[in-house]
Design a protein around this ligand. Structure first.
Ligand code: PGA
Length: 254
């Protein structure tokens, strides 16, 4: 049984004070709820404050939006897995399409980060997904296969099981244009099949695959109802505690 995992990717939003007030509201909304694992993924600057708050809330863990793969040294502006662990961070989002397009991250670099995260006992949330041009050109499977093979290269089975995949079609991120449940399910099934080929089908059956891209309270349930969709990576709609709580609860009912 794959427990659903709903993550709030706050991107470059929220001060520490705003985050604390968000958590107060979210805690009230999710009182006595344990139907899904919740991961809050704030900016780095908010991690210290949230690590204190979140340690008190059952079922909620902390994630980071990025990291560098070296352990320390002359990498101005970067942060290591060990530094994230200092604040009880459990997950780290890697290879987000904004990192790939704005900051030029390649599958090779993402693979280094995935390995460094796992070596530091951080669980990667590895993002994959095609652009609109790639979808229109019928290249969805080719792109997903390349991203998965490149980013997961060299992992063993246990490491794969500690990794979450997020399927995020680039054309659906922040655009209000969600993949239909059928489109998302088709891509998720392909991702699971590909993981089965890289590792083995039994491993693939246990890996959690989130959908991301304009997930909202009113479309979450239908998406989360699909057989291969095991959660959501939520951007814009995760900034409102009530709306985000609705998405989390939709996971339980599906
Ligand atoms: P969105 O972002 O929900 O605002 O589309 C999702 C993401 O980028 O993870």
């Amino acid at each position: 049984m794959r427990k659903k995992i709903i993550a709030a990717n706050w991107k470059m939003n929220m001060t520490a004070a705003e985050a604390a007030s968000f958590m107060e509201d979210l805690e009230l909304e999710l009182k006595n709820f344990d139907g899904a694992e919740v991961v809050i993924v704030p900016p780095f600057t908010v991690l210290p404050r949230l690590s204190e708050i979140i340690s008190e809330i059952p079922g909620v863990t902390l994630g980071a939006q990025n990291m560098w793969h070296e352990t320390s040294g002359a990498f101005t502006g970067e942060i290591s897995a060990g530094m994230l662990r200092e604040f009880f961070t459990r997950y780290v989002v890697l290879g987000h399409s904004e990192r790939r397009t704005i900051f030029g991250e390649t599958d090779e670099l993402v693979n280094k980060k995935v390995k460094a995260a796992l070596a530091a006992s951080l669980r990667p949330i590895l993002c994959v997904g095609e652009t609109l041009e790639e979808r229109d050109a019928g290249r969805v499977h080719e792109v997903l296969s390349r991203q998965l093979k490149g980013s997961l290269a060299g992992l063993d089975t246990d490491q794969m099981l500690d990794t979450v995949i997020a399927y995020e079609p680039v054309w659906a991120i922040g655009t209000g244009r969600t993949a239909t449940p059928e489109q998302a399910q088709e891509a998720h099934a392909f991702i699971r099949k590909t993981i089965g080929e890289i590792f083995d089908p039994a491993t693939a059956a246990k890996v959690r695959i989130q959908y991301g891209g304009s997930v909202k309270p009113d479309n979450a349930k239908e998406l989360l109802h699909q057989p291969d969709i095991d959660g959501a990576l939520v951007g814009g709609a995760s900034l409102d505690p009530r709306g985000f709580a609705k998405i989390v609860k939709a996971a339980a009912r599906s």
